[in-house]
Design a protein around this ligand. Structure first.
Ligand code: CA
Length: 375
């Protein structure tokens, strides 16, 4: 037995010697350590959006035994909220957490990867991205910017927003100054409103000082944390403008390529978990926060009138068509989304809707819808 142990130790010594020799110039992949920085478009530690990347970074450090150490920075700590895309693209930092529709001035078609007004829900969006070809198209779209995008959580259906006056017709929207990003903002512009894009951290003060008359943000969980009930009277639903906003995690592709294969797999898996976990967090917290807004802060919750929603839907179809330019990648993204949308709506009429109606004691009948986003 002792003899066997000696042989084993000798072999080990030989192996380690040759390993040492081979690794004189380059550290073995399993010993390389990476210190990364992640910037977000959200205020630091904002519930949900702000805490999700911190939780993910903590998991990554443990899963990689400290080899992938990511420090998370809130909006404005290294770069302003709306410069996250450029900072990761240029490699100033290695990762970012935000939403693709913030980059509409640079890549208009990127808005398809956050949400479309009257578009896919959270469940449907994840299905399109992860199993319907959406993510491959998104990666192709961002490749020229040296960015590798991932779904980075989903808010679920949002609220239509906070207003200081009642909305009884489209006339009430005309002339209003509202913070509403993405295509929802373009729809409001078409309806006669003046639209501004503000990062989350500037919304409360802008409402308080009258720079804007109305705002949408996310849903009860985040809106309560921002104190928006203190600066607006009416809280409208449903969030037609953001029916399932997919957030994004972007990784600088040169930094990604430097990772050994096991760290690449660990990073991919940790982001996948963060994506699923954030939607669960919103689903669990939104209803509790809504109850608090109503019971403790006497917020008036109102439903947008049906005819206003119908008008907004018509304008949404025009706005969506307006961002699909002639580039082949844009055409392919639109075609992929539209095909998936048509198919998933048909099935969800007899599954999700029929079940939710039945659970509520309402007629279960499916509603026929126009099956296409096109005019
Ligand atoms: Ca929103």
């Amino acid at each position: 037995m002792m003899f066997r142990l000696c042989i084993a130790l000798s072999l080990l010594w030989l192996v380690s010697c040759s390993g040492e020799h081979a690794s004189q110039d380059v550290a073995a992949p399993e010993t390389q350590r990476f210190k990364w920085r992640l910037v977000t478009t959200w205020p630091k530690n904002l519930p949900g959006l702000g805490t999700a990347p911190v939780v993910m970074a903590d998991k990554l450090k443990k899963m990689s035994n400290g080899r992938l150490d990511i420090k998370v920075y809130g909006a404005g700590e290294i770069v302003p909220a709306l410069e996250v895309f450029d900072a990761v693209s240029q490699g100033t930092v290695q990762m970012g957490h935000g939403a693709a529709y913030y980059w509409k001035g640079k890549v208009p078609i990127a808005q398809f990867f956050t949400t479309l007004p009257f578009g896919l829900t959270a469940q449907e969006m994840n299905a399109w991205l992860l199993h319907g070809g959406g993510l491959e198209l998104w990666r192709e779209l961002y490749a020229p910017f040296d960015l590798r995008p991932y779904p980075g959580g989903n808010t679920g259906v949002q609220m239509a927003g906070w207003f200081n006056k009642e909305i009884n017709s489209l006339d009430d929207i005309r002339g209003m100054k509202m913070r509403i990003p993405g295509l929802g903002g373009e729809v409001f512009e078409r309806a006669g409103a003046t639209v501004v894009t503000l990062p989350g951290g500037e919304i409360f003060t802008s409402m308080q000082t009258g720079v804007i008359d109305a705002t949408e943000w996310i849903g009860p969980y985040n809106d309560l944390a921002f104190g928006l009930h203190q600066v607006a009277k009416y809280y409208y639903y449903p969030g037609w403008q953001e029916p399932g906003s997919n957030l994004e995690i972007i990784v600088n592709s040169r930094a990604y390529d430097e990772l050994p294969d096991d760290l690449k797999a660990i990073l991919d898996a940790a982001i996948f978990v963060a994506n699923a976990d954030l939607l669960a967090e919103y689903t669990a917290r939104n209803n509790v926060a809504l109850r608090e807004l109503i019971d403790e802060h006497q917020v008036e919750v109102r439903r947008l009138p049906d005819d206003v929603l119908a008008e907004l839907k018509q304008r949404s179809l025009e706005a969506v068509a307006g961002i699909v330019d002639e580039k082949p990648i844009s055409q392919r993204i639109f075609a992929s989304y539209q095909t998936f949308y048509d198919q998933v709506i048909e099935y969800h009429e007899i599954s999700e809707r029929a079940y939710i109606n039945a659970r509520a004691g309402a007629p279960t009948g499916a509603v026929r819808q126009p099956k296409t986003l096109k005019q």
